[in-house]
Design a protein around this ligand. Structure first.
Ligand code: FMN
Length: 370
């Protein structure tokens, strides 16, 4: 394929892959697309290791990083991990009661240290930590920086551009996309509500062409609900110049997802990908589980603001749940295309199948106008 996004990065197909998994990043770039490593929740040491590994395995192909540069997070810099002080009693009782009633064992004391370590790396959401992570990433041959929350600061854009690195940002509304353009982004990623993770309420079908028109002539990638070739064709038809996919890689052999969660995903339908504040405190689309159901039930407490809800779920729920892999509570961010995800495949096969189906769609449309 040939278009501005392919030319910008010297790639064969304008398929951009968000993943927290270095293997997925490498495989997508080697299959002709562009892998982007999500850096959230990584310690600086782990980030160094992951980027070094990518550099050693990616055969010189381009790749990018996705960084959370928060603007509106409550400052958790002074946080001492003391659940009783940190969380309102109602919330602690709610989550603890839920897991106790389900018979999920409490954490043994020896796990407490690991928990605090995890939580501290979770706080890399703060602006100071994000800036440190960016410095590490700039020591590597990255081609793209994607800003996950809000517009990238102009200084970041200037630093990146001075090194020949492109910058983009996610937008769930046209006004956010315009702000990204003003701040100097090279392209915008329009993400519809179908998407996994933090997302807005406008569907891709409506959002993509609105953002394409709003930021023209800047190129736009369509994200949210893209996992197959017909959806790539739809994105291109709506004016996008490529796609941004996250959920589809979760089903791959290479993905970071544990088998128990993969099995739940393969059995799930699209409406099992629920938009909830119960996991992070912000609207986040994730696989429905007993925890998200409990917060949806009448009388449940209102989720705490970010990042507190995230820390509450992580420390009081997730660690206990994952220790014994308690199926009914296991969850992971995933978008509505989960209903289409029914079996494992390699990353390479996913990319090739997308391209095959795109070509079929293009031929079918072409024949209609023949
Ligand atoms: C497991 C998972 C975690 C995600 N975490 C982030 C993140 O940390 N930063 C970010 O910008 N987007 C994150 N996303 C969202 C993706 O960037 C992307 O917008 C989304 O997956 C696209 O929609 P799709 O899921 O329908 O493909 C995540 C997606 C998944 C699947």
């Amino acid at each position: 394929m040939k278009n501005r996004m392919c030319e910008m990065f010297g790639i064969d197909v304008p398929i951009f892959a968000f993943s927290h998994c270095r293997d997925v990043v490498v495989e997508v770039s080697k299959a002709g697309g562009l892998g982007v490593l999500g850096m959230a929740r990584m310690s600086p040491e782990r980030l160094r290791r992951e980027l070094k590994w990518i550099d050693e395995h990616i055969d010189g192909k381009p790749y990018g990083i996705d960084i959370l540069m928060p603007v509106s997070y409550q400052d958790a810099g002074e946080l001492k991990f003391d659940p009783e002080r940190l969380f309102p009693k109602e919330h602690l009782d709610f989550v603890r009661g839920l897991l106790d009633d389900a018979g999920i064992p409490k954490l043994p004391p020896e796990d407490a240290d690991a928990l605090v370590r995890d939580l501290l790396s979770e706080l890399s959401f703060t602006p100071a930590e994000s800036a440190r992570m960016l410095d590490i990433a700039l020591e590597h041959p990255i081609s793209l920086i994607v800003n996950a929350l809000g517009s990238p600061p102009k200084e970041l854009v200037e630093r990146a551009h001075a090194r020949g690195i492109k910058v983009a940002a996610l937008a769930g509304r046209p006004k956010h996309a315009l702000r990204h353009k003003e701040n100097g982004c090279d392209f915008v990623i329009a993400v519809g509500t179908e998407a996994a993770g933090h997302t807005g309420t406008i569907t891709s079908m409506v959002l993509w062409p609105r953002i394409v028109d709003a930021v023209a002539p800047l190129p736009v990638l369509g994200g949210g609900g893209v996992g197959r070739g017909r959806q790539v064709a739809a994105a291109l038809a709506l004016g996008c110049e490529g796609v941004w996919c996250g959920s589809i890689w979760l089903k791959t052999v290479q993905s970071e997802v544990i088998p128990e969660i993969k099995a739940k995903m393969f059995a799930a339908d699209s409406d099992d990908a629920v938009l909830t504040r119960s996991v992070t405190g912000k609207p986040c689309r994730t696989l429905r589980c007993a925890f998200t159901d409990a917060y949806d039930a009448p009388g449940a407490p209102k989720p705490l603001p970010a990042p507190l809800q995230n820390i509450l779920w992580w420390s009081e729920g997730r660690v206990r749940v994952e220790r014994i892999r308690a199926r009914e509570f296991l969850t992971y961010p995933v978008g509505q295309i989960v209903g289409d995800m029914t079996a494992q495949a390699s990353v390479r096969d996913v990319v090739y199948e997308m391209m095959d189906e795109l070509v079929e769609a293009q031929q079918r449309l072409h024949a209609m106008f023949g």
